[in-house]
Write a protein that binds this ligand. Structure first.
Ligand SMILES: NC(=O)c1ccc[n+]([C@@H]2O[C@H](COP(=O)([O-])OP(=O)(O)OC[C@H]3O[C@@H](n4cnc5c(N)ncnc54)[C@H](OP(=O)(O)O)[C@@H]3O)[C@@H](O)[C@H]2O)c1
Length: 254
């Protein structure tokens, strides 16, 4: 047994993880490698060291061309994709919804929603042929309580969650499972930078209402990585269309 999971349960599996150069994505890459998978990851630049043992290709997932280049790199490097984790995401907070520039609404949609749609459309045909595959979309626990500075971000993640549920139903007959994980407040370079930007806004709208984390600490990247490893493992073989909220109890859902 390793990492409290089911030993090297992913030997022979080929995994593509977006945004694996730091934060939650890097932790996911490490967990999948530990479980025996071959892993390719991507980011716009590898300024932080990519986990040892993972293949890396530089790229931007926000465009159709970026998705096509990444799918081609996955074919060349891995020979196909059995496990697809859409982790790259984020957005810059603004004073309120009217202050969010048009291009940042588009950018939030491209990065947090359409990047997944495009890459899924390129990689699920191979999964359908093999009648097997696992897809995980990384959303945010903040979706139901979206606050003004982040409306572009949470609206895009809400679309992602809705899309993920529909895709799960579409692909279930082909043996492909599709699930979402929704992180709460996790200590990562991107998360910390975003919260600093939020705190620097005038009156920091929404922030004073942020609830304490009932389990008493912020999340660690590995808290999410363990959840993703479970979802792509055979231990989750009867789970599809679900949204696993990993947030220390911060954002209760009905
Ligand atoms: N941390 C939190 O508190 C929190 C809470 C809720 C949800 N989430 C979600 O969890 C996921 C990971 O967040 P994180 O905090 O780990 O973020 P992070 O520390 O900012 O890391 C993001 C990763 O994605 C890559 N990336 C960003 N834009 C990209 C693009 N256009 N194309 C390709 N790669 C790109 C980054 O590398 P480059 O910058 O070099 O491209 C980096 O590897 C995101 O989807 C985020 O929305 C995080």
């Amino acid at each position: 047994m390793e990492n409290g999971s089911g030993a090297r349960e992913l030997v022979g599996k080929r995994a593509l993880v977006t945004g694996g150069s730091r934060g939650i994505g890097a932790a996911i890459v490490r967990r999948l490698l530990d479980a025996g998978a071959d892993v390719l990851t991507t980011a716009r630049s590898a300024t932080s060291p990519v986990p040892d043992g993972a293949a890396f290709v530089e790229g931007d997932v926000r465009t159709r061309a970026g998705a096509e280049a990444l799918a081609a790199a996955a074919q060349e490097t891995l020979g196909g994709v059995d496990i697809l984790v859409h982790n790259a995401g984020g957005a810059r907070p603004h004073q309120g919804s009217a202050a969010i520039p048009d291009e940042e609404w588009q950018d939030a949609l491209d990065l947090n929603y359409l990047a997944s749609v495009r890459l899924d459309s390129l990689l699920t045909p191979g999964m359908r042929e093999r009648r097997s595959g696992k897809i995980v979309h990384v959303s945010s626990a903040a979706v139901p309580t979206s606050v003004a500075p982040f409306l572009h971000y949470t609206a895009a993640k809400a679309a992602l969650e809705n899309y993920s549920r529909g895709l799960a139903l579409e692909l279930a007959p082909f043996g492909i499972r599709v699930n979402t994980v929704s992180p709460g407040r996790v200590a990562t370079p991107g998360g910390e930078a975003t919260r600093e930007q939020w705190a620097s806004l005038d009156a920091a709208p929404g922030q004073s209402d942020a609830p304490a984390v009932p389990l008493g600490r912020d999340g660690r990247p590995d808290d999410l990585a363990h959840a993703v490893l479970f979802l792509v493992s055979d231990r989750a073989s009867w789970l599809t269309g679900s949204n696993l909220v990993v947030d220390g109890g911060e954002f209760p859902r009905g």
